[in-house]
Design a binder for this molecule. Structure first.
Ligand code: FMN
Length: 482
């Protein structure tokens, strides 16, 4: 059964022993962060701060911050089963014969059941604040000492593509400037930024409407971070993940829809062309993102539940909560990547690589130069374009074992021959690239080299003990007193 809302998820976490209520007073300025950071690094539970200093609204943090909690969030025993569901859909072909046609029917009916529905009212409208509201009423965290202010870190930002009318939902941090004004940190490559740009180029209006929802059922919250192609509705994917359509409700003051079960909704507009300094912000690279100019969001109305929960996260030196959210993306998106690149066996984005800095890929190599083809294809694949370093290894290397990759890859390369540099788009958070958003990327072909690739020397095999000796030593081990 799909979670009705955030509080149903909280109850499930609590039942599973994955949530700790913190009943002492803790300050949203830095203190909650320190609790969350220590807890995630020690494999601790999700935390529900019942008394954030100076506030009555409780703070939920680290709700997605382990493999187990990701499974609870997405209601699966393993996120690989979602990958399998996707793979099953992708393999749907024109059925041959009446039997296979019948088998496909339930699947097709299921596809139709994922689309979001519109409802007239919802819990997110239990309280509507048109005049007397302040963003300071919410326990928004100041995460790190050098941050430019408090930031809403786990929002679902909704906007509509002015050309196609299609909805987008992205997780872009929101810096609180004052009671009714915030930053809007959608990076230039992201869909919200594209909607803004298109509207500005059209020149028909001076404002862009948007809404920021905070807290909802976990699949809906999670869908905001998914790297989907433009104009694919995150709410449809959320429906697929939770196996139940997301109910959407129209905002009070803007022409945008939000999840009806949201905890808090900020409605408002961006004045096209109005920019303001955003940041600095202790980011998921583990460094501060330096301040930069971003659009300004003016809040016109706040709607919320009677007793909302404020859902948030912190990012910082890895691993943090977002590592577990990203790991699930890696697993869920693998079948989609393999549709275009069938030679890919597995991929891994180690925590230290912060998603975009390092991607390890194993391939079944069947022709010369294939590792390079795979690198270039990944650089052309949605947000995987940001991959600063791609290391390609042969299929027998377990890319989930970073130590094995380092050992074998470093042995296998002739650096001058096997490393390739390309120029292209770079993640906005990269502080080392020569220009913001533009710089170089590196591909490492660490596969075994073939004569067809100009390598005519002999290639050695990896050392392994003879199986019969291993079995014998298994028996002798105890006898030897070890
Ligand atoms: C905790 C967290 C915070 C994020 N903050 C931002 C942000 O401030 N700006 C941004 O552009 N992307 C941010 N992202 C990444 C986007 O949510 C992600 O790239 C998403 O796919 C963008 O959606 P879009 O393709 O619909 O634009 C964040 C991701 C996470 C997990």
């Amino acid at each position: 059964m799909a979670y009705q809302d955030l509080r149903a998820f909280v109850a499930a976490l609590e039942k599973a022993g994955e949530l700790k209520r913190v009943s002492i007073e803790v300050d949203p300025e830095l203190e909650i962060s320190e609790f969350a950071d220590r807890s995630v690094k020690r494999g601790g539970p999700a935390l529900l701060f019942e008394k954030p200093k100076g506030h009555t609204v409780p703070v939920l943090i680290n709700a997605f911050a382990s493999d187990r909690r990701m499974q609870i969030a997405l209601e699966v025993d393993s996120v690989d089963s979602i990958a399998q569901r996707i793979a099953d859909y992708l393999q749907m072909r024109m059925p041959e014969g009446i039997l296979s046609k019948l088998k496909m029917l339930p699947m097709l009916a299921e596809v139709g059941a994922f689309f979001p529905t519109i409802v007239k009212d919802g819990p997110c409208k239990e309280v509507v604040k048109r005049d007397a509201f302040s963003l300071r009423d919410y326990p928004v965290l100041k995460c790190w000492p050098g941050d430019g202010g408090p930031f809403i870190t786990l929002p679902m930002v909704f906007s509509n593509n002015p050309v196609t009318g299609k909805r987008n939902c992205g997780c872009y941090r929101i810096q609180i400037y004052d009671e009714r004004t915030t930053g809007m940190h959608w990076q230039t490559h992201k869909q919200g930024a594209d909607h803004y740009r298109r509207l500005r180029q059209e020149g028909k209006v001076t404002r862009m409407e948007a809404a920021v929802a905070i807290g909802a059922d976990p699949a809906t919250m999670y869908s905001a971070i998914l790297p989907l192609p433009p104009d694919i509705d995150e709410m449809m994917i959320a429906g697929f993940l939770r196996k139940k359509p997301v109910e959407m409700v129209k905002c009070e003051t803007v022409g945008v829809e939000v999840p009806a079960n949201a905890e808090i909704v900020l409605e408002g507009y961006l004045e096209l062309g109005e920019l303001r300094t955003e940041g600095p912000f202790g980011d998921h690279t583990g460094f501060y993102s330096l301040e930069d100019d971003y659009p300004v969001f003016h809040v016109t109305c706040v709607t919320q539940r009677k007793n909302p929960i404020y859902a948030t996260t912190i990012v910082g030196p890895p691993p943090m909560e977002d590592f577990y959210m990203g790991k699930a993306i890696e697993r869920i998106f693998l079948p989609l990547m393999r549709m275009q690149l069938p030679e890919v066996r597995d991929i891994c984005m180690p925590a230290e690589g912060i998603f975009h800095n390092l991607i390890l890929v194993s391939i079944r190599k069947t022709y010369p130069g294939q590792a390079r083809k795979v690198m270039h294809a990944i650089w052309g694949l949605g947000q995987a374009m940001f991959s600063k370093v791609i290391v390609v290894v042969d299929e027998e290397v377990d890319v989930q074992n970073v130590s094995e990759v380092a050992w074998k890859a470093l042995n296998n390369i002739d650096p001058q021959r096997d490393i390739e540099f390309v120029m292209g788009p770079i993640d906005s958070l990269d502080h080392a690239s020569r220009l913001a958003n533009y710089g170089s990327k590196m591909g490492v072909d660490a596969t075994r080299k073939w004569p067809e690739e100009g390598f005519t020397r002999r290639w050695p095999t990896v050392i392994e003990m003879a199986p019969q000796v291993r079995t014998r030593v298994d028996e002798l081990w105890k006898k030897a007193g070890l």
